[in-house]
Design a protein around this ligand. Structure first.
Ligand SMILES: Cc1cc2nc3c(=O)[nH]c(=O)nc-3n(C[C@H](O)[C@H](O)[C@H](O)COP(=O)(O)OP(=O)(O)OC[C@H]3O[C@@H](n4cnc5c(N)ncnc54)[C@H](O)[C@@H]3O)c2cc1C
Length: 499
């Protein structure tokens, strides 16, 4: 197993472990290791436990909440856990370090006709990282988040033992579960149930499956070394469209009509970009043409159909809705050819990627800069109100911003991009106010990126002190010495975000 020891050697030989897409600076560690199989992973965790070194688990490092960045201790990278094996027609067993891109090409070559639906657009994300954050993406509108597609996991616990979990084998009875290896686990009685799309704090629902406690636990309960994933049949036809309403009222009308579409339409994704995004894409053009200048919003939608007739019907329905709202169909991009799907995927992905790139450049000019992007979601019928609230907060604080995201799930990312160091505290203030607004509207502070270190300070907006203590108790019962993710201390939630 490859291992590098010493803070300076790590900085010199594997500095990439100290950076992720949050663009937070200041990460460091004393030991880094790259186990190549389950036994080596257990040995790596066991060594850290015996030396008292805290463990930060590192996957594809595409995370945006800075959960994979160590503050001392050891990093265990999953990047060498690369095995992929078909179990049967619907299930595949995958090492944690396999990227979404690698899994997709394996499925394309090997099985034909099957795909793995979770798609957080960033294809270099790892299976372990997406399970640990319960990643979503545009298609989660139809297919749900990662947890819906994880059938089993192998987890290395803090004492170096391996926990094998299959979905359906260990269910909580109400809020309690007694497990031979883990003892008694108790979930809290929550003052308000967790929103349907939520990645903030442990998954805590009566009668839930034990697998779901680990999905979305962000490396705080153990290292997910392998996962058994469910696969879906590729639909016969997929339609991708980008619509460019020139009036906000037209955008919101079309959004609501699509949101409440009838059963004839199998809508897979409903995404948005606002005027700030359009201006940003026009200033920082990629390979694709930027959206038209007069557009106020971009509405990206994707539908699927099982046969040609259903596709024709879906196209007619979509054209009807778009036309009824007064949008010129001539100005709509997209279609149903593979080249058009690639173009739309690239268009969708290029925005967050360019924003992150811009932040990385700004960080060179002023080191305290990092990603300031909200991840809140609200009930979709309240999205317009939430969007306006986000804009109001950012305008009042005089911050340049842009907003995009998974509109169909009431989930948007308001990104503040301060242009000087004086803007940093205002951006921090804005992120907290936006998180608070989401909670006030019955939503969550994080719907897909997880808490990491950046959203952890907002935990107290969503949970009571007792609920946070209960999460901490669950954690202690699995990891009494707090070996994993020491930089993520739930009980410290509510302080200022790290700069
Ligand atoms: C351009 C861009 C677009 C994105 N779009 C989306 C999107 O639409 N939806 C979305 O959900 N996310 C999105 N993301 C964020 C990111 O891709 C996801 O959070 C992803 O799930 C992180 O996976 P990773 O392998 O990179 O994990 P990392 O960044 O390495 O780690 C993330 C967290 O998981 C923990 N972890 C990693 N591996 C394991 C493991 N094996 N066991 C236990 N804990 C582990 C880490 O400690 C850390 O807390 C985007 C990122 C980028 C850069």
């Amino acid at each position: 197993m490859r291992t590098v020891e010493g803070r300076d050697s790590i900085r010199e030989l594997c500095a990439d472990l100290l950076e992720d897409e949050s663009n937070m600076s200041g990460a460091w560690c004393e030991l880094a290791s790259w186990p190549g199989n389950l036994e080596e992973t257990a040995a790596a965790v066991g060594r850290c436990a015996s030396e008292g070194l805290g463990v930060t688990v590192s996957g594809g490092l595409t995370g945006i909440a800075a959960g994979a960045l160590p503050e001392g201790g050891a990093v265990i990278s999953t990047s060498m856990l690369r095995d992929i094996e078909m179990l049967d027609r619907q299930r595949v067993r995958v090492g944690a370090g396999v990227t979404l891109e690698q899994l997709r090409s394996f499925l394309k070559e090997g099985t034909g006709g099957l795909f793995y639906p979770p798609d957080p657009t960033e294809e270099t994300a790892s299976i372990g990282g997406t399970a640990a954050t319960d990643a979503s993406g545009s298609d989660s509108f139809l297919y749900g988040s990662t947890r819906a597609w994880v059938d089993g996991i192998s987890v290395v616990l803090a004492d170096g033992s391996v926990l094998e979990l299959r979905r359906g084998e260990h269910l909580f009875e109400g809020l309690a579960l007694r497990h031979a290896q883990l003892g008694l686990l108790n979930l809290p009685v929550l003052g308000r149930p967790q929103p349907p799309k939520n990645a903030a704090g442990y998954h805590m629902r009566p009668d839930m499956d034990l697998v779901d406690l680990f999905i979305g636990s962000e490396g705080t309960l153990g290292l997910i070394a392998e996962a058994e994933l469910l696969l879906a049949a590729e639909p016969a036809h997929v339609i991708d469209l980008a619509v460019f309403p020139a009036e906000p009222s037209v955008f919101w009308e079309l959004y609501l009509r699509l949101l409440h579409h009838g059963p004839q339409l199998r809508l897979r994704a409903l995404e948005m970009m606002d005027r700030g995004c359009i201006r940003f894409l026009r200033r920082h053009p990629g390979e694709l043409p930027p959206p038209p200048e007069d557009a106020e919003f971009v509405l990206l939608l994707r539908a699927e159909a099982g046969n040609e007739d259903a596709m024709e019907e879906s196209l007619m329905l979509l054209e009807g809705m778009i036309g009824d709202c007064g949008v010129d169909p001539e100005g709509v991009w997209g279609g149903f050819e593979a080249s058009e799907h690639r173009k739309m995927k690239e268009f969708r992905h290029s925005l967050p990627e360019s924003v992150n790139h811009r932040i990385a450049l700004l960080r060179r000019e002023f080191p305290g800069m990092h990603k300031f992007g909200s991840d809140g979601a609200v009930p979709p019928d309240r999205l317009e109100e939430y969007y306006r609230t986000c804009c109001g907060i950012l305008e009042d604080l005089e911050l340049p911003f842009l907003v995009f995201g998974h509109a169909g799930q009431g989930h948007i990312h308001a990104n503040a991009i301060p242009e000087d160091p004086e803007g940093l505290p205002r951006a921090e203030e804005a992120m907290r106010a936006i998180a608070e607004a989401a909670v006030d509207m019955g939503g969550t502070i994080s719907a897909e990126h997880g808490l990491g270190r950046l959203k952890l300070p907002y935990l107290d907006l969503m949970y009571t002190e007792d609920e946070i203590r209960c999460m901490e108790r669950i954690r202690r019962s699995l990891d009494p010495c707090r070996l994993f993710a020491r930089a993520m201390d739930f009980s410290a939630g509510g302080g200022a975000a790290p700069g």
